[in-house]
Design a protein around this ligand. Structure first.
Ligand SMILES: NC(=O)c1ccc[n+]([C@@H]2O[C@H](COP(=O)([O-])OP(=O)(O)OC[C@H]3O[C@@H](n4cnc5c(N)ncnc54)[C@H](OP(=O)(O)O)[C@@H]3O)[C@@H](O)[C@H]2O)c1
Length: 207
């Protein structure tokens, strides 16, 4: 499929490179045409403006700093309306200044009219560079929150193309929980804790 990534930073590079390897066509978009062109060339992607990437993609991906998202989505323009849009962003200030009163994915949905799916926000960019992202032979599971069946299907394909396991995690109104989870576990990791150790395995008694 054609994937238009709004962003030309680390997440655009990591995910876009994986999707190009899987045979998709990718356009990345950033503020600075020269930096964007360099990034695109290194990935084997096409460079574009935010509006060009929005129009290019069968699927769009929002991968900019969240505080820049309103301006970037406005620059992307009407092409996003009705289109699958994967939102990988975490809230500004994660983890210390996370504000649960400002859910991101639903704001993206409201601003664009796109079929938003929240995904890929829980793991560090370096995990998304792994081929495949797996630990001890277990592929990383990627929770997906969204409302539109076709957009969810596209997101499942793009998760599988990384070698990860798509995990249905509810409707878009639950994306706020994914954003809160990111703030919570990133806070634990920054403090040097093993966030995975806080939960019992699935096979534990009394679950
Ligand atoms: N890094 C991670 O481990 C990770 C993991 C999961 C989710 N995320 C989320 O993914 C998103 C992208 O993260 P990243 O690591 O790719 O960040 P990054 O490498 O810093 O790239 C950020 C992107 O946002 C653009 N940007 C920043 N300020 C902007 C502005 N005022 N107007 C327009 N564009 C602006 C940058 O453009 P320029 O190139 O022109 O500066 C760049 O394309 C963030 O929301 C982040 O929370 C990150």
């Amino acid at each position: 499929m054609r994937i238009g990534i709004l962003g030309a930073g680390g997440m655009a590079d990591a995910l876009g490179t994986q999707w190009i390897r899987a045979g998709h066509e990718v356009m990345v978009a950033g503020r600075d045409p020269r930096r964007t062109a360099e990034r695109a060339a290194a990935m084997g992607a096409r460079p574009g403006t935010f509006a060009q990437a929005a129009a290019f993609g069968d699927v769009a991906v929002a991968a900019v700093l969240a505080q820049a998202a309103p301006d970037v989505l406005e620059a992307a323009g009407p092409a996003l309306r009705g289109k699958p849009l994967i939102d990988v962003m975490n809230a500004p200030g994660v983890p210390d200044r996370y504000d649960a009163a400002q859910p991101l994915a639903q704001t993206v949905s409201r601003l664009t009219g796109a079929h938003v799916v929240k995904a890929f926000n829980l793991c560090h960019v370096d995990v998304w560079r792994m081929t495949p992202p797996a630990f001890d032979g277990r592929p990383v599971a990627v929770p997906l929150c969204g409302d539109d069946p076709a957009a969810l299907e596209a997101a499942r394909t793009l998760v599988s193309d990384l070698g990860c396991t798509p995990l249905h995690a509810g409707r878009l109104d639950r994306a706020a929980l994914l954003e809160a989870t990111a703030a919570f576990v990133i806070g634990l990791w920054f403090a040097g804790a093993d966030a995975q150790a806080i939960l019992p395995p699935l096979t534990a008694p009394a679950r």
